[in-house]
Write a protein of this length. Structure first.
Length: 78
């Protein structure tokens, strides 16, 4: 993976990190992604969404993605 990818990662707590882009890949497209972790806390995947704007709905989208990622992590197991 290249170190110059246009993604900004933010650690919101010791075990919560999100990735954000804002029109770096396509004009008018923003994205947010969260890690999918299994029971031993390994990151096995990422789950993301591309939307037209993150200004109003970022917190809601992050919460929904985190809930879905937790469910996927439990289903995948460890």
């Amino acid at each position: 993976m290249s170190a110059d990818l246009p993604v900004k990662c933010y650690r919101i707590s010791p075990f919560q990190t999100i990735g954000l882009t804002g029109e770096e890949m396509s004009l008018g497209a923003c994205s947010v992604a969260v890690p999918v972790r299994v029971s031993d806390d390994r990151v096995v995947a990422a789950l993301g969404i591309v939307v037209s704007s993150l200004k109003r709905d970022r917190a809601r989208l992050v919460a929904a993605l985190q809930a879905a990622a937790q469910g996927i992590g439990r289903s995948v197991g460890g």
